[in-house]
Design a protein around this ligand. Sequence first.
Ligand code: NAX
Length: 333
Amino acid sequence: AKDPVRVLVTGAAGQIGYALVPMIARGVMLGPDQPVILHMLDIEPAAMALNGVKMELIDAAFPLLRGVVATTDVAEACKDVNIAVMVGGFPRKEGMERKDVMSKNVSIYKAQASALEQYAAPDCKVLVVANPANTNALILKEFAPSIPEKNITCLTRLDHNRALGQISERINIHVSEVKNVIIWGNHSSTQYPDVNHATVIPTNGEEKSVREAIANDNWLNTEFITTVQQRGAAIIKARKLSSALSAASAACDHIRDWVLGTPKGTWVSMGVYSDGSYGIQPGIIYSFPVTCEKGQWSIVQGKVPFCIVEQMAMAEQHFIISLIANLRIVSLQ
Ligand code: NAX
């Protein structure tokens, strides 16, 4: 039997956490033969709720679940974890200035970065879900220099899956028959869902491009893009709560493909640090098309043209880079 893998979920008492931990315990993230030990972190005000989630995990009698650590202590939460899914954070609320939200996230992600550096398994793979996801991942990367930068990623798979879903609904085929959309840039309403390389493969038909399969190109250039970009807001309007089960499912897809590999001929979207591909400034966290093999992602090259370099992601990340530089200067003095 395989040794159990330790998976950390921060913000585990929240709504994404509540959808995510049972998926992990059922093998959706790491496979049906991979035992897991769940580490759940939340903050003091949520400690009781967190313990309630732990009770339910025990009550669910998951065959793959070999242990549960539920704690408000960051060091204990990070101890020996192989996978870290960062869902806890401080999203922007109405009326808050960006710099206030950013300073809060800098202090949260700085502390969690240090704890991961000190206590996590050396090859720990990190996925940041909490918004602003690209920026929080950048903060984590900046403050955890001993974690390889290839191991720090953020979630844009939900946007990717939303794009696949919209296309399959439009032409009435199953979502598994659509592939290779690309989410460029940020996880936010300004990201750019790109179908220019996407294809459909009906079970008894021939593979063709999505642009061929959807005769009404105008839909692809207009409504499709805004629907994907604004899907999060539409869910909030309908549910009075933000996306949770789809976010949890996308987080499982992201880690599963990263660890177990993407199918041949298929790529997925992941927020990863830029190596300068496609002219994106090296070092920032940006969503690219990637393939994964043996636990490593690599950026798919040559998928130009794409027209929109996501400016907001870069503006926010430049802001953070200078904020962190200032913090370093202050702490050196
Ligand atoms: P909830 O508010 O339900 O849960 C967040 C949890 O994090 C709470 O239990 C809170 O106590 C905890 N928390 C806060 N600060 C913490 C800290 N310092 N350490 C540990 N835990 C902490 O939010 P939920 O709906 O679960 O969403 C979580 C995050 O995911 C939000 O930031 C949200 O914006 C983001 N999302 C990101 C998505 C993506 O595709 N990247 C999509 C879904 C979601 O909107």
